[in-house]
Design a protein around this ligand. Sequence first.
Ligand SMILES: Nc1ncnc2c1ncn2[C@@H]1O[C@H](COP(=O)(O)OP(=O)(O)OP(=O)(O)O)[C@@H](O)[C@H]1O
Length: 267
Amino acid sequence: MSNLVEIRDLHFAYGERPILSELNMDFPRGKVIAVMGGSGSGKTTVLRLIGGQLRPQAGQVTVDGQVVHELDTKAVYQLRRKMGMLFQHGALFTDISVFENVAFPLREHTDLSEELIRDLVLMKLHTVGLRNAAQLMPAEISGGMARRVALARSIALDPELIMYDEPFAGLDPISMGMTANLIRKLNDALGSTTILVSHDVHESFSIADYVYFLSKGAIVAEGTPAEMMASSDPYVKQFVNAEPDGPVPFHFPGKSLADDLGLEARS
Ligand SMILES: Nc1ncnc2c1ncn2[C@@H]1O[C@H](COP(=O)(O)OP(=O)(O)OP(=O)(O)O)[C@@H](O)[C@H]1O
């Protein structure tokens, strides 16, 4: 099967509140797919449904041919071993070294010897350029370096699927570019599939093979970064050009200001 992950007719609500509706998405093997959209559009919810942390009300997510919500706890746990996740603000454990942070998933999920763990951790740190920082504590490294350590930790188990939730948040432009390049490099080196949730157009377009735009829990546009750059769709244009107002309104919908201030509408 050429798609590692497939989403079909997916509906999801938090209680009474619908979040995703009629969602269909494909994530082909070996590719970097960006999922973009404004705040609250449902991007993180999609990742949590793929990871089996949430159950859909209808439709399904298939990962490597398995319908995620039909798996029992043990099978979900096994499936998650094939996934590397770097969640929003996915912080490092502050009381252990850089080395131990990357070793953590290996100790948690495998019974590899100490010697093998050491080699694997150093190789992962080498890939992100931080082998020589292995013995430092998180407080001794910069924010950009910490993000690279978190990347190394998310690929510790050589995942087939890597999911990043806002990996560029809070980084300076140089660290952002470095992180983006690493995401692409790690994907290609591991032969994995990457889902990149971000609202950073520049960095995402520079490394993605394909882009989905999500708005209010539905896909409003999709295509290659080049197609998206050339798109005349108002939503895509607003996003790509970072326009403050457009189909995505600046104001949260509700009462007008006049109503709130108790002002009579003048005829
Ligand atoms: N546990 C929860 N219970 C109820 N509502 C939730 C819960 N988690 C998220 N939501 C709501 O679901 C909607 C989608 O949230 P989600 O985190 O998927 O959006 P997002 O696109 O990732 O946004 P952001 O970019 O701001 O992280 C939001 O309106 C949010 O308030």
